[in-house]
Write a new protein. Structure first.
Length: 314
């Protein structure tokens, strides 16, 4: 069943360099370069569009060639693209250096334009009309904290579910003031640590640490290790199956969010929805792209069958 979803946040140029051999810090490393369109919110939007949902993307964009690439990618993905365009500004960009095994070594995020997505933008007639007819709001921590708080308050007013994407340890704190209004927040262990103020000794500790901060529901990942999830329905952990070969880690967390949210929208409980999120992440890890071109509902179902049932945290 198709649902109407509005996604607000990062949609920008995504550059990834991959070192061909052993990493030599402080030296020139042979490797290859790839340029694509990315952003946490945009990756989630594209994956949900591939699963047949009616997705609208709202983000700030510069009046440059990079902005045109983002627009073209949104149209190609079947997304309704409604950006705020600043003709005299540069479109944000993310530049990552990956090690030979596909793991991130370092990244540079030039995201200053997102500061201009102020709460005032949420008061525009077109945006409020868009939100009035959706089944789910998704936002990421590229947006300023005051904008996220205003958006979460709007979701509460409209009685709409709202999901957040953490983006990074430095940015996840943008959600601090609106945690009780979020339905779910998707994050990795480093981001959860930044939010909770301490690291969990094992996955089963994350639900309590984050509930203390006011978060109602969330998912915490740690690479291929055990992940945790919680909501009003309970707390769960699950061990993802081993991924045979990692092509690129970029976008795996965004795919997990998309797969989980798609299953939740279909009426599945959180514990079962996690299996679809993990399956979406596995598909993306095996692809050199942030959004796997082969990603579709049939493939997602087959991969989900390989994921173990989550265990309830007592």
């Amino acid at each position: 069943m198709s649902h109407r979803i509005v996604v607000l946040g990062g949609a920008h140029l995504d550059r990834r360099g991959r070192i061909a051999g052993e990493t030599a810090p402080g030296a020139s490393n042979p490797g290859s370069w790839q340029e694509d369109v990315g952003g946490g919110a945009f990756n989630v939007a594209r994956n949900l569009a591939r699963l047949g949902h009616d997705v609208q993307m709202i983000s700030p964009r510069g009046g440059d060639a990079a902005g045109e690439k983002v627009t073209a990618a949104a149209l190609a993905a079947g997304i309704e693209d409604t950006p705020f365009v600043f003709l005299d500004r540069a479109t944000p960009s993310y530049t990552a250096i990956l090690e030979r095994d596909g793991n991130l070594m370092i990244a540079l995020a030039d995201m200053d334009l997102y500061r201009l997505f102020t709460p005032r933008r949420l008061r525009t007639r077109s945006l409020r009309d868009a939100i009035a007819r959706v089944d789910l709001i998704i936002c990421d921590a590229n947006l300023p904290s005051e904008t996220l708080s205003a958006l979460a308050a709007l979701a509460r007013e409209k009685n709409l579910p709202i999901a957040g994407i953490a983006i990074s340890p430095a940015k996840v704190v943008h959600f601090e003031n609106c945690l009780p209004d979020l339905t779910y927040l998707f994050m990795n262990a480093a981001e959860a640590t930044a939010l909770a103020g301490r690291r969990a000794l094992h996955a089963g500790e994350w639900p309590e640490l984050l509930r203390i901060r006011g978060l109602r529901g969330g998912v915490v990942t740690r690479g291929g290790d055990e992940l945790a999830a919680f909501s009003d329905a309970g707390s769960f952990t699950v061990h993802p199956p081993a991924t045979p070969e990692i092509a690129d880690v970029t976008g795996a967390g965004d795919a997990l969010a998309a797969g989980t949210l798609d299953a939740l929208l279909s009426g599945r409980p959180l514990a079962q929805s996690l299996r679809f999120g993990i399956a979406a992440s596995r598909i993306t890890l095996a692809s050199p792209h942030a959004v796997a071109p082969e990603f579709n509902r049939d493939l997602l179902r087959r991969e989900a069958a390989l994921v173990a049932n989550p265990e309830t945290v007592s």
